[in-house]
Design a binder for this molecule. Sequence first.
Ligand code: ATP
Ligand code: MG
Length: 227
Amino acid sequence: MIITELKDVHKRYHLGETQVKALCGVSLSIAEGDLIAVWGASGSGKSTLLNIIGLIDEPSSGTLKLNGHEVGEMPDNVKTDLRSRYMGFIFQNFNLMPILTALENVMLPLQVQGVSAAEAKEKALNCLQSVGMERFALHRPDKLSGGQRQRVAIARGLVTEPKLLICDEPTANLDFENAERVMDLMCELNQKRGITFLFSTHDTRLIDRVKRIVYLEDGTIVKDERA
Ligand SMILES: Nc1ncnc2c1ncn2[C@@H]1O[C@H](COP(=O)(O)OP(=O)(O)OP(=O)(O)O)[C@@H](O)[C@H]1O
Ligand SMILES: [Mg+2]
């Protein structure tokens, strides 16, 4: 089943008088159960593409459909609701809240949805366990390594049980061992729980582990390859 579909998506940014074309006519379908790496050099448009698919940013033109419904026609509150129900987003720089513990960071998306503290805590602890971080539940992010922070960020992305987990450069700044662990975790969650993954990378160490690679060059898909 196709969960996300982009047709001829363009994204232009305006910087004063000049215009930057970040995406130039991208068409892409993401099926349930996919594990996709978006590959491209710095500035090729990876984050822009992920932000649009994650409903964090909007296309300048073209269409985006989610579960068959066109997103451009939805009111903002419907979009926000869809984003929190169906998608998890893991940012390039983790975006963990520094004053909250790992556990509180993971509980947060549920509490935003109005889930009770007790239920949020139970679910958050389960997610921390699934990423091997339960022992660090009460640590604040500054007491964790880069790989551990990334695993907490993945737990936070998972806690709402999204269909699609979008990760912008999930292994950037990680050493080989930690990058492998994050990749192992994504593969396991994809296989065992059927979570669809879309992540951007320029990390050659990960590229043979995915089901599909979408190559971006200057805002255009130049190759879409299945393993
Ligand atoms: N908010 C913005 N305003 C203006 N230009 C932007 C903005 N965001 C991105 N761009 C430009 O759009 C292009 C694509 O940027 P994007 O961040 O999507 O690339 P990327 O592939 O994610 O790069 P990296 O690997 O460095 O993260 C770049 O030329 C960038 O300078
Ligand atoms: Mg980026």
